[in-house]
Design a protein around this ligand. Structure first.
Ligand code: SAM
Length: 220
């Protein structure tokens, strides 16, 4: 790892990371592999240097452009839910943001495709993946609500911004038996949903209440 990867991180880093892992366990994260990957992924490089000292708090933080890096609990929870039915090879993420969730996924599956509508966020994320030598990530700048039909079907899809309903285009890009984890709802009220692709359409399970930025559609 280059020295820039370590920027902003003090001697207390290991302790604060361990505290975060304990907190995630206390909050109900059970998948040991996911906890291990969170422990080994340096969240401080996914935020601005001025916020690095808060990177191991279990909280969302601003990343510019009115967007946020998701709370570690929700990243771990969505990842755990996505993996629940067994290992996955290809995953599409909608909403690259800082790239933190993408980096976590990249250590758990063969290939991650991630789509972001804000170019500057995508470029910053790309730089971080290079610093961390994460080579199984493919980034695309476009409206993620339409997915990536040219690379479909996917074993899993994870959406990190909230549409008002389940985007049909994304369901159509899941393999049979494939699953998608996404928040749906209005700005004030959202619920996490797991969608499983079936022969005749899809099954939907409503999970817990969450808060995400909205999935924006239309022009970039
Ligand atoms: N997974 C991210 C992380 O760990 O940093 C969190 C991302 S943030 C909560 C949601 C992201 O979704 C933002 O970067 C936003 O620009 C992006 N987004 C919103 N609507 C989108 C769309 N239609 N297509 C692609 N990206 C979108």
């Amino acid at each position: 790892m280059s020295s820039s990867v370590h920027r902003g991180i003090g001697m207390t880093s290991q302790r604060t990371r361990e505290r975060l892992i304990q907190r995630l366990r206390d909050e109900g994260i059970q998948n040991q592999t996911v906890l291990e990957v969170v422990r080994n992924t340096p969240r401080h490089i996914f935020v601005d240097e001025a916020l690095a000292s808060r990177a191991y708090e279990d909280t969302a933080l601003p990343i510019g452009q009115g967007q946020t890096i998701s709370q570690p609990f929700i990243v771990a929870r969505m990842t755990e839910l996505l993996l629940e039915g067994g290992p996955l090879e290809t995953v599409l993420e909608v909403g690259t943001g800082s790239g933190y969730q993408t980096a976590i996924l990249s250590k758990l599956v063969k290939r991650v495709y991630s789509v972001e509508r804000i170019k500057s966020l995508q470029l910053a994320a790309r730089k971080r993946f290079q610093e961390l030598h994460l080579r199984n990530i493919r980034l695309h700048h476009r409206d993620g609500g339409m997915g990536l039909p040219e690379y479909a079907p996917f074993d899993g899809i994870l959406v990190t911004a909230a549409p008002e309903g389940i985007p049909r285009a994304l369901v159509d890009q899941l393999k049979l038996g494939g699953r998608m984890i996404l928040p749906i709802g209005s700005r004030s009220e959202q619920v996490l949903v797991r969608v499983t692709r079936t022969k005749n359409g899809y099954d939907k399970e409503l999970l817990e209440q969450v808060v995400f930025v909205p999935l924006l559609g239309g022009t970039l």
